[in-house]
Ligand binder design. Sequence first.
Ligand code: ATP
Length: 196
Amino acid sequence: MANMIGLTGGIGSGKSTVAKVFSTLGIPVFNADACAKDLMQNDPVLKQALMSAFGDAVFSNGILDRAYLGQLVFTDPSKLAILNALVHPVTIQAAKNWAAIQTSPYVIKEAALIFESAASVGLTGVVGVFAPLSLRIHRVMKRDNCTKQEVESRMQNQISDSIKMKLCDWVITNDDQLLVVPQVVAIHEKLLKQFS
Ligand code: ATP
């Protein structure tokens, strides 16, 4: 099983951007958020559990109504905790199954929530992506064509970046000042030395 390195950071910090650099360097990347979305739509056991917890209306003609589910959980922390308790364990297992068949010295698991859930268990280390809050809000408003309030409401469900970054083994600064690629390459070289 390849060593799995977490890649995390707040909404809009640049996780996917950094993940692309690792991928370009030949490192396989597992996108936990995409996997969770896929499992919610396609795993029959999870689908049934979602309907039992939140009602049949979370699926409309067999398609997950993400907007409806989002409205339910982002206005009620106890519902969000139930959703996470259903989705996180199967996603963590899917990542482990995927890592088990990779042959590179290490792999990257990109996830918005790592320290907030049990997802840090089994990771050899965690890379954090840091960007100033105002820049993150600006980037997401532009990317998702949404309001500042919508971005801030999504951010409320994550622990603060200052705490998150202290828990990381390496931090990449993505602040429109420092170049990102050399920072990724430096970490990549350290990891290659460590695991080859
Ligand atoms: P989320 O948690 O919402 O999935 P993320 O942390 O994966 O976000 P990205 O999607 O990588 O963040 O970045 C957010 C937006 O900012 C994207 O549109 C991306 O293209 C842009 N962006 C990120 N980093 C940079 C950069 N260094 N220069 C220019 N644009 C950037």
